[in-house]
Ligand binder design. Structure first.
Ligand SMILES: [Zn+2]
Length: 136
């Protein structure tokens, strides 16, 4: 990416879990789709940080406010992942399929909260498993 100094606006802010097994993979995946430029934040549990109203959600929303004002973002990408300790991990689920469905429902719940506060932003739901990262 050339001319980074001249670049002030981009489209996407990403929220993912802090889990170190997924951060680089998620960053690399987003980078390929957003030409290496996007805002990025981690909070424990991603969707859980938004669903549980509290300091994590407020901190994220505060960052979104800045990203909107300074970078004119248009989308928020929420990235949940398999075996997330914030939700008790894979051991709480009966199968990989049911775990994916569990996270899809949590992402929908989080998406509604984000969309209520930021109706002008498109919210994309993403799930990282061991083998792939997908929009769900
Ligand atoms: Zn996690």
């Amino acid at each position: 990416m050339s001319n980074l100094k001249e670049l002030h606006h981009w489209d996407v802010m990403v929220l993912s879990c802090i889990d170190g097994r997924f951060v680089k993979r998620v960053v690399d995946w987003v980078a390929t789709q957003q030409n290496d430029v996007f805002d990025y934040r981690t909070e424990v549990g991603c969707s859980k940080a938004i669903i549980d109203s509290g300091i994590d959600r407020e901190r994220f929303f505060s960052a979104v406010d800045v990203a909107k004002r300074l970078h004119s973002i248009k989308e928020i990408w929420l990235v949940d992942h398999i075996d997330c300790g914030a939700y008790g991990g894979s051991k709480e689920q009966t199968s990989a399929e049911s775990e994916r469905e569990f996270h899809r429902n949590k992402l929908i719940e989080a998406q509604k909260i984000v969309s209520l506060k930021y109706p002008e932003l498109n919210v994309k739901m993403i799930y990282a498993s061991w083998d792939e990262i997908e929009v769900i």
